[in-house]
Ligand binder design. Sequence first.
Ligand code: ADP
Ligand code: MG
Length: 226
Amino acid sequence: MSNVVLKAAGIRKNYRSGDKTLAVLHGVDFSVAAGETVSIRGESGSGKSTLLNIVAGLDRPDAGELFWAGEAAHQLSLSELTARRGKFLGMVFQSYYLIPEIDALANVLMSARLIGKVGAAEKARALELLKRVGLGERSHHLPAHLSGGERQRVAVARALMNRPKLILADEPTGNLDERTGDEVIELLLGVCAEQDTALVLVTHNPAHAKKTSRQLVLKTGQMVHG
Ligand code: ADP
Ligand code: MG
């Protein structure tokens, strides 16, 4: 179906250390429609980050199928995944992962650089996005000269740069105080709606989870409705 942005079916993941096996994901099924917002909650260690990394094609499942806008991502090579990822999805992490040596604008443009497209139109879009996230006056600030909330706003702009169909956000408010965290969630939901981008939000915060159109919980390695 063309309006399904993401489909994960039967995703399994075990971690091995020595002769011990830790089964983390036991057949996770879920899908996300175009423009839909979905939250995933779950106890610490339940496998949320593992699942998001698999969905992003950054890690391989032991079994299962993954479709990106209908394309069988589980059948792609790592280099094909990397090439597709930059256009298909954006990511936002708890610890921002901005490049410290370059300013906010260059960090946003890094997404475009990764897919080999940095011209006047991309620079204009990056500035436009920085304005949209409230940082029009701070585009030349280094990450170290921005607050935590401002850094996360830069990360949101970077995630949106290439007009992705999907944003994956892994506890994006985990390092922020309550009020700043609330603002970042409002911003994420607002920009995703404006750009018709689907959002998968991993969060511990029940109030944030409630703001998405569908609430899921990762429990004993499987996805359940929350
Ligand atoms: P969550 O994000 O829900 O807190 P994670 O996906 O980070 O959970 O981790 C799920 C479980 O897998 C945890 O028990 C964690 O210790 C383990 N784990 C995560 N990554 C690895 C790894 N690379 N090697 C071994 N165990 C791992
Ligand atoms: Mg995690």
